[in-house]
Design a binder for this molecule. Structure first.
Ligand code: ADP
Ligand code: MG
Length: 485
């Protein structure tokens, strides 16, 4: 069993209290590692390191070119270590190894993207009507506290760190307590890629004990959070006292909408992929599957048929398409929603745990149908492989049901009629809308939600904006006195 340490000011340290928490392999339910159980004093130490690195150096003295090169070297190092990272990620989170490999490739791409973008942050000359030079400068917002979830552990770390570093911020990253390992592995390479001590600090621990003190800390300027809506609401309240900039990527209950004229085979695949990828532990999961009346019964049947053939098993086996859920807590949560669903709707497939797998937090891919959109399984984020299929009558009905949720992260529409599909694109209240696909995500395009799915956008040029301040500079060119008094 490996005992990890966390990274504060370039040093690998234990928590001040000396406590550790266990890290599990969810496919065996066994403890495979330990990580420091950080508390307020550790969070404070990390923030002070990030503050000093930002205020006095070395980070403010580095040029955008240098920061960019550090990120590019980190990307290269991730590619070299990809097999190791993917294996640890898969073992710790339960996600199939093939998916973990895609994640790690995306991690490298994210560092590359922001490595390139670091030198493209530009200010403006403002056309003021005065004998003056008016500029707007873009400056880093300061120390960023970044709190991330367990579903894409390393990818979420990259989405947070890459734009912040490109912008010139310093960071304290808190991985989820379920999945702290790959962020710590990544951090081992910071010295060799030239990232100075204190610029990125990694604090491992639980939300209330290690996360909340970061959000409340007066020396933190910005909080970037990805996680549950419930915690997102607490973060906004905690950040209010010190007026921190906050960005939130919270969950969703995203509709995946199928019109009768969609390509049927592609639609069935898209419905299953949309909701069962990564065991359904996806903030943009297409967990409400809206199907037009004429194809509804055939759709449920075909989906069920295919869902029964999804290969569940140990995440490290290459043919596995679905691994265990991340933790006992999440397993119990999803199991309870399976029971709630049985009261609210009909079961097409699944509804329990797979009989063939005795150990591990496995649940069957589960499809409920004939649910009203008001059902709990249609309104609440489950964050597991549970799909709720809902019939609709026509385009208007589809829009009404699709938008009838407090969330607005993502949506997808399947149709061969481009007029209808594009009308839907405009009508859907969601930050990401796919047409004839669901889930592909690229670093070049904005990511984030409407409504209670949060605010702020990650990725692309939008992602770096969230880590930048704008400073107005007015340079008087008139050498005479103002002449007012
Ligand atoms: P889940 O319930 O699925 O674990 P959370 O939103 O609780 O999702 O967790 C996402 C991240 O937020 C994790 O890193 C977790 O430790 C952190 N977190 C949880 N509660 C708090 C809190 N009160 N303050 C700050 N961070 C928190
Ligand atoms: Mg939690």
């Amino acid at each position: 069993m490996k005992r990890y340490r966390m990274l504060i000011n370039g040093e690998w340290v234990e928590a001040a209290r000396g406590a550790f928490f266990p890290v599990y392999d969810p496919s065996t339910e066994e403890v495979t590692a330990e990580a420091p159980d950080a508390a307020a004093e550790d969070a404070d130490r990390a923030v002070r390191a990030a503050r000093a690195a930002f205020d006095t150096g070395p980070w403010p003295q580095t040029t955008a070119q240098e920061r960019g090169r550090i990120l590019l070297r980190l990307a290269e190092r991730v590619r070299k270590g990809a097999a190791m990272l993917a294996e640890i990620e898969s073992r710790n989170s339960g996600k199939p190894i093939v998916e973990a490999e895609f994640d790690v490739a995306d991690v490298a791409t994210c560092f590359e993207y922001y490595g390139g973008l670091a030198t493209k942050v530009m200010g403006h000359v403002n056309p003021v009507p005065d004998n003056a030079l008016s500029l707007s400068l873009r400056e880093p917002v300061g120390v960023a506290a970044q709190i991330i979830p367990w579903n894409y552990p390393l990818l979420m770390a990259a989405w947070k760190l890459a734009p912040a570093l490109a912008a010139g911020c310093t960071c304290v990253l808190k991985p989820a307590e379920q999945t702290p390992l790959t962020a710590l592995e990544l951090a081992q390479w910071f010295p060799e890629v030239g990232l100075p001590p204190g610029v990125v600090n990694i604090v491992t621990g639980f939300g209330e004990t290690a996360g909340a003190p970061l959000v409340q800390h007066p020396d933190v300027n910005k909080v970037a959070f990805t996680g549950s809506a419930a915690v997102g609401k607490q973060i906004v309240k905690m950040a209010a006292d010190t007026i921190k900039r906050v960005t939130l990527e919270l969950g969703g209950k995203s509709p995946n909408i199928f019109f009768a004229d969609a390509d049927f085979e592609a639609a069935i695949d898209g419905a299953l992929f949309g909701v069962f990828i990564n065991q359904g532990e996806v903030c943009s999961a297409g967990s409400r599957i809206l199907v037009e009346h004429p194809i509804y019964s055939r759709f449920v049947e075909a989906m069920t048929e295919k869902a029964k053939r999804i290969k569940l098993g140990p995440p490290l086996e290459r043919e596995t398409k679905m691994g265990p859920l991340v933790s006992r807590e999440q397993y119990e949560r999803v199991r309870s929603y399976q029971e709630i669903g049985k009261q609210e709707a009909k079961v097409a497939s699944g509804g329990g745990r797979p009989a063939a797998l005795a150990r591990g937090y496995y649940v069957e891919p589960t499809i409920f149908y004939d649910a009203p959109n008001s059902a709990r399984i249609a309104q609440e984020e489950i964050f597991g492989p549970v799909a709720t299929v809902i019939p609709f009558a026509d385009e208007k009905d589809a829009i009404r049901i699709a938008n009838d949720t407090p969330y607005g992260l993502a949506a997808a529409v399947w149709s061969r009629d481009i007029f209808k599909a594009f009308r839907m694109v405009k009508a859907l209240r969601a930050g990401v809308v796919w047409v004839n696909h669901m889930q592909p995500t690229f670093v070049e395009a904005p990511w984030g939600g409407y409504k209670q799915s949060g605010f702020g956008r990650e990725l692309g040029p939008w992602g770096i904006e969230e880590y930048l301040e704008t400073k107005q500079v007015h340079i008087n060119l008139n050498e005479q006195p103002i002449g007012w008094y």
